[in-house]
Design a protein around this ligand. Sequence first.
Ligand SMILES: Cc1cc2nc3c(=O)[nH]c(=O)nc-3n(C[C@H](O)[C@H](O)[C@H](O)COP(=O)(O)OP(=O)(O)OC[C@H]3O[C@@H](n4cnc5c(N)ncnc54)[C@H](O)[C@@H]3O)c2cc1C
Length: 315
Amino acid sequence: MNLWQNYVRPKTLSEAMDAFAHAPRPLAPIAGGTDLLLDLEQGRHSPVQTLIDVTSIAEMTALEVRGDELFIGASVPVNRIVLDPLAVPHAQALTEACNLIAGPQVRNVATLGGNVAHALPAADGTIALLALDAQAEIASLALSGADGQAQAVETERSRRAGVGTYRIPFKDLFLGPGKSSLKQGEELLVGFYIQTLKVSKTFRVSSCFKRIMRPQGVALPILNCAVWIEREKDVVKDIRIAVGPGGGTPFRAAQAEDTLRGGPLNDAIFDSALEALLTQAQFRTSARRASADYRRHIVTGLFKDVIESAWGRAG
Ligand SMILES: Cc1cc2nc3c(=O)[nH]c(=O)nc-3n(C[C@H](O)[C@H](O)[C@H](O)COP(=O)(O)OP(=O)(O)OC[C@H]3O[C@@H](n4cnc5c(N)ncnc54)[C@H](O)[C@@H]3O)c2cc1C
């Protein structure tokens, strides 16, 4: 049995929106296919008539600095992010996360957009983007006419491409395990914006991502953690912490951040921050990976390790 009937490969966002408007439904975007093809084959994804391949859309394969932001297109394969000379300085946690996804063959085709759109609370790229406080750009059929012309609020760049897009804070993309806020068959992730690294004489910024994984495994981790930190001498000026899976959606440890923000980093403060994290996080038991209790147990070491690495890098 064929898993799909039509396969289209648009070259521009405008062509992609045209396919969204006119191709036989149900339809779904496909990027690397490392999640979607298995899900279709094993019945975890509802049947599709049309697959829209988003890997040849120029706007979605760009990785470049735009003003004071780094733009990473949703169709950029994660292996390219690992090696990219712009991503390493501006988004170190993300490059570290992408370098740990699966094995080399998967990393060559798996995209950052696919990692995010699947909306899993422990997806590695997702957890790094959350700590980096990314914004997501979304192309929308509702904002683009059937003739491919942008109709409403759109970015300068997307107006040029003739398509209506909008931006949302990254965390607002997630509604529940495996459930994103993207309107199925109407919206497409175009890419992600991350603030470029600020350079200052008084403070330094860095980030770090690590995960705990079964030694033999190439799949989602047992636990992962990403930290972004702004350090002014011996004070944590600002901090963002993401842990996966710490709940039904990708989790920001906001209470631990509040505990750490504005003070020095010492053992007593770290213990208070850990307590805040353990109070706020809702660790889940997953059949194939780990129990909630085990995750509560091992988070201490991972959390300390990631914070100390990020702190050291900003020193
Ligand atoms: C062996 C193996 C190991 C893995 N290990 C890991 C791991 O260690 N860590 C990890 O996080 N993940 C892992 N994964 C999961 C997967 O490879 C990644 O999540 C990958 O980044 C998905 O990207 P993709 O391009 O292949 O997505 P696809 O499979 O093409 O798509 C996934 C979903 O996203 C949708 N989609 C794709 N692009 C867009 C877009 N631009 N806009 C809107 N919707 C879109 C698709 O319709 C589909 O629903 C693993 C998978 C395999 C098979």
